[in-house]
Design a protein around this ligand. Structure first.
Ligand code: MG
Ligand code: MG
Length: 305
């Protein structure tokens, strides 16, 4: 059954969704090489509980943690562990909270240190897929319209679209009807109406679309072991039929921009300090060479006399 929410219910989902964004911003603050995904999980769980909410994933279907942390070729449902993240990794962090009887569910793929250009392109295109999908989430459109734009944009950029995992309705349950595939045909599927709330979540692979499940019973990984990206927003269809994004990446991206500024600042400071050291060495060499010249002149004078 598909549940259509009242304005008051949508407001409650929005509060949960925004708390997910703030939780992911806490995660963003500490992501760097050397940190483990268990560290991320710990900080997220504490933050969610400090905000009088419950981690939505912990114990859901037996899942052991508060975050799904999927590194590089892991697509979704990765279990946090004590392996340190490395420079050049990407980690998709999916987070759910339960508060005031409603769930929020959002995901962001983070870069760890410096990642390759092809991986940066994958992240950019996956985020663009999410924006295009949101643009299709309006009354009168069909679920197939969402999948169509995601598939078309991802595949036209040479990436693979995961078929086995899909977005979903969101509300009092974490996973409600309808399913929201990231592939499809225009004009096909369920017709959307005001009050529908969807978690839209493109899962896009750098290589082929095929995935496999690992022996841990949770982690979904690409079959070709190439990286995969995942971004997720909660979107409601308003009374006027237009999409309202309930979750937010704003807090996350504020943290990422600030960290990038300070990293660049630190790098510039190192460069300035290296330049200063180089100039000091050159100055010393100049003084030494002048001294040699002066000494040489005196020596010649003494020798001639
Ligand atoms: Mg999610
Ligand atoms: Mg979801």
């Amino acid at each position: 059954m598909i549940f259509h929410k009242t304005g008051e219910e949508i407001e409650r989902i929005k509060k949960s969704s925004l708390l997910v964004g703030k939780t992911l911003a806490q995660v963003a603050k500490i992501i760097k090489p050397g940190v483990t995904t268990l560290d991320l999980d710990k900080i997220a769980e504490e933050f969610i509980r400090d905000n009088n909410a419950l981690p939505g994933f912990l114990g859901y279907g037996g899942f052991p943690n508060s975050l799904c942390t999927s590194v590089n070729s892991a697509v979704v449902h990765g279990i946090p562990n004590d392996i340190p993240l490395k420079n050049g990794d990407i980690v998709s962090v999916d987070c759910g909270v339960f508060m005031n009887d409603f769930y929020g569910d959002s995901a962001y793929t983070f870069e760890v240190g410096e990642v390759s250009k092809e991986v940066k392109d994958l992240l950019r295109v996956t985020k663009e897929c999410l924006q295009l999908a949101i643009g299709q989430t309006r009354a009168g459109n069909r679920i197939g319209d969402i999948g169509y734009v995601v598939q078309n944009h991802a595949e036209s950029n040479g990436f693979g679209v995961v078929r086995e995992l899909v977005g979903h309705g969101l509300g009092r349950s974490l996973h409600e009807k309808p399913e929201v595939p990231n592939y499809g045909k225009k004009g096909k599927g369920h017709k959307m109406k005001p009050g529908l709330v969807l978690a839209i979540e493109p899962m896009i692979n750098l290589g082929k679309k095929e995935v496999k499940q690992l022996d841990d019973g949770w982690t979904i990984e690409t079959k070709d072991n190439l990286p995969s990206a995942h971004f997720e927003h909660d979107v409601a269809i308003s009374l006027d039929g237009s999409p309202e994004v309930l979750s937010s990446f704003e807090e996350i991206e504020k943290v990422l921009i600030t960290s990038s500024f300070w990293n660049n600042f630190a790098l510039s400071s190192i460069c300035i300090s290296s330049l200063y050291n180089l100039l000091s060495v050159l100055r010393c060499l100049l003084i030494i060479s002048n001294s040699i010249i002066v000494f040489g002149k005196h020596f010649i004078k003494i020798f001639i006399i």
